[in-house]
Design a protein around this ligand. Sequence first.
Ligand SMILES: Nc1ncnc2c1ncn2[C@@H]1O[C@H](COP(=O)(O)OP(=O)(O)OP(=O)(O)O)[C@@H](O)[C@H]1O
Ligand SMILES: [Mg+2]
Length: 261
Amino acid sequence: MPRAEAFPHIAVRATDIRKRYGGVVALNGVSLTVAEGEVFGIIGPNGAGKSTLFDILCGITRPTSGRVEVLGQDVGQMSPHLAARHGVGRTFQRTAVFGEGTVRENLLYGRHIGFRHSVIGRIFQSETYRTERRAFDEKAEDVLTLCGLQDERDRTANVLAYGVQRRLAIAVALMSDPKILFLDEPAAGMNGRETADFISLVEAIAPGRTVVIVEHDMTVIKALCGRALVVVDGRPVTIDAPGQVFRHPEVISAYLGADDE
Ligand SMILES: Nc1ncnc2c1ncn2[C@@H]1O[C@H](COP(=O)(O)OP(=O)(O)OP(=O)(O)O)[C@@H](O)[C@H]1O
Ligand SMILES: [Mg+2]
């Protein structure tokens, strides 16, 4: 298996990805590469296969055929814990914050992959536990500040405004210091102000990382992405600058034909 050192400039390499769900062909031959440091968009009408592709790229779902390497490793062989240790962070289309927990408790969940102390060590406040706890506190404060959540740290997640919950989901992902961040419709359901805040947040966290964003909101894609892939009916139609993709006749007809766009 090629190692990251072999492709220092490639963060994601997907080759001929196909996915079937019974009789449904969700993806029909998608290939792409994302360079390290790139903010890459994935767009397409509802049901086009974006989330399926997203889940395959970040290792949640196995493709029926094809291969995905993220940071030089085959994601098919990575458990979620391994993926996090390997530098892969992700947030999903359906917000997955722990609603009953406080903002800080959610961050602790994001960090727990980095905790190696045992329960016994915790009870006796071992040196390892104290060191990890200190590292968590420092990291949590940095992430809270970066994500504009300082004043929310002790609030229960499910009382937060929707846009704030979505920022919390990103904050949780940032707790494991991801080198690559996958975001599936991060701005869905946000109002204009929340979307603008979200764009600023991604601009702040993108330097030094690779970001892959699935998003319907073209304001977000245009503001953040150098290139975007358009998926229509499970097929890649074009990969181009966001300002250019709607010049493509097949993209225009796919969007005109979609009743809910
Ligand atoms: N687990 C599944 N079982 C069966 N069919 C599925 C499954 N997941 C996705 N599909 C089908 O695969 C196709 C692509 O779905 P997918 O969720 O990837 O689209 P999408 O582009 O993310 O849509 P949206 O814009 O609504 O988020 C759809 O026809 C969908 O019904
Ligand atoms: Mg989706």
